[in-house]
Design a protein around this ligand. Structure first.
Ligand code: HEM
Length: 404
């Protein structure tokens, strides 16, 4: 018996990301993992998990050991196939070249230009509910806002945007024990990819001031110093990553904000009284409920942690969602405290793959909360009507009816 097996049998704590009951309420399980099995082993699905803040932090900073090349979800890691050629699944040094290139397409100028548009979208989405009894804070608002924003950034037309949002929702469809690799989700990904290839071809012929056009003009510097344009597949893959990463995560953040601020009305009152606290509240909300709570990796060498050796080739889940609730890093972690000084939550990841859209996500989160609280200083959540979304990449609510 290896040390790893000793550790896993020394406790009866059980965790797997496909279990929708655990996904609904994971914090008690994650706490036990942090205390009893900081190097957790799941024999059923053949993976390991790190749950303490310090361990997730260190692993995220070491992409050469904790590789993303075989995928970052358990089902991709388990499929044995190649992960799609997307930046998020590519290790340094190749990753660094793509990252430099895509960061250029994703300029601060483009993000700050979205400022007014985000506010305008919030007005359009929230104003119709002023004076009403209530609305669905996620379906009517939280899910709509990021889809509209990312569509505008890329250059997806407003006519196509609702269909694209539908396709993304379908891409995130998971089936028990199989996860996101199922025909429904794969067909949706194919549809999105085809759409993006068509858009890119159109921009190649008729460039505009949008990210599709920037992508077809972008030049990648190779190892030998030569440059070349991205091919259609590379540019479309980046588009798929951006639309999916940019839509689903922010929708979950806004949903968690709707729930957590109803659960902690004193904190909501603080924000109404002093909107200057909202940027910090966004960080605290990200810590409190990480919209993307698990990042998968495969090990390129043996790693020994807390006396347990995880062998080379193992699948390891970095539980960002647990790291945010680690009492070793955050006092009273189960309490939402919008004035908490947060040194470093890991909810945008860390190191090479640190979220490329973090600035945009923060901007959307801040403006969404400002515009919500300005109109609706108080609300109650209809818990019976709330519906969870279970996916292997994001965690949160699909529907969150609120009474205002
Ligand atoms: C609250 C919202 C968001 C959260 C919680 C979030 C979370 C994350 C996390 C944890 C990672 C690291 C993944 C890993 O290490 O394997 C990541 C990467 C990434 N995110 Fe986000 N994200 C958010 C919003 C966005 C937005 C709005 C965009 C784009 C517009 C975006 C684009 C990306 C991209 C492209 C990467 C890959 C970066 C790389 O591989 O270098 N994200 N995100």
């Amino acid at each position: 018996m290896t040390q790893g097996e000793t550790m896993s049998t020394a406790t009866d704590v059980y965790y797997d990301p496909y279990d929708t009951d655990i996904d609904a309420e994971p914090h008690a399980v994650w706490r036990r993992m942090r205390d009893e099995a900081p190097v957790y082993r799941n024999d059923r699905y053949d993976f390991w998990a790190l749950s303490r803040h310090a361990d997730v932090d260190a692993a995220s900073r070491d992409p050469r050991t904790f590789s993303s090349a075989r995928g970052t979800t358990l089902e991709l890691l388990s499929s044995g196939g190649e992960a799609p050629r997307m930046m998020i699944f590519i290790d340094p040094p190749e990753h660094s070249r793509l990252r430099v290139l895509f960061s250029r397409a994703f300029t601060p100028r483009r993000i700050s230009a979205l400022h007014e548009q985000i506010r305008e979208e919030c007005r359009t989405l929230l104003d119709p509910h002023v004076g009403s009894a209530g609305f669905d804070y996620v379906a009517d608002f939280g899910a709509q806002l990021p889809s509209r924003v990312i569509s505008a950034l890329l250059g997806v037309s407003p006519t196509d945007q609702p269909r694209i949002l539908d396709v993304i929702n379908t891409m995130f469809h998971i089936e028990p024990g199989v996860g996101m690799i199922n025909d429904t989700a794969l067909n949706a990904m194919f549809e999105l990819h085809t759409y993006l290839v068509d858009q890119l071809a159109e921009r190649r012929a008729h460039p505009r001031d949008d990210m599709f056009s920037a992508l077809v003009q972008a030049e990648l510097t190779e190892d030998d110093g030569t440059t070349r344009r991205l091919d259609d597949q590379e540019a479309a893959n980046f588009g798929v990553l951006l639309v999916s990463a940019g839509t689903e995560t922010v929708a979950r953040l806004i949903g968690w904000a709707g729930l957590a601020l109803a659960d902690f009305p004193d904190q909501r009152e603080l924000l109404v009284a002093d909107p200057g606290l909202i940027p910090n509240a966004v960080e605290e909300l990200l810590r409190y409920e990480a919209p993307s709570p698990s990042q998968g990796r495969s090990l390129t060498r043996d790693v020994t942690l807390h006396g347990v050796t995880i062998p080379e080739g193992s699948k390891v889940l970095l539980l960002t969602g647990s790291a945010g609730r680690d009492e070793r890093a955050f006092p009273n972690p189960d309490v939402l405290d919008v004035r908490r000084r947060i040194e470093a939550h890991l909810s945008f990841g860390l190191g090479a793959h640190y979220c490329l859209g973090a600035a945009l996500a923060r901007l959307e989160g801040r403006i969404a909360l400002e515009e919500t609280l300005r109109r609706f200083p108080r609300w109650d959540v209809d818990r019976a009507g709330a519906v969870r979304l279970h996916t292997s990449t994001v965690r949160g609510y699909k529907n969150l009816p609120i009474a205002v």
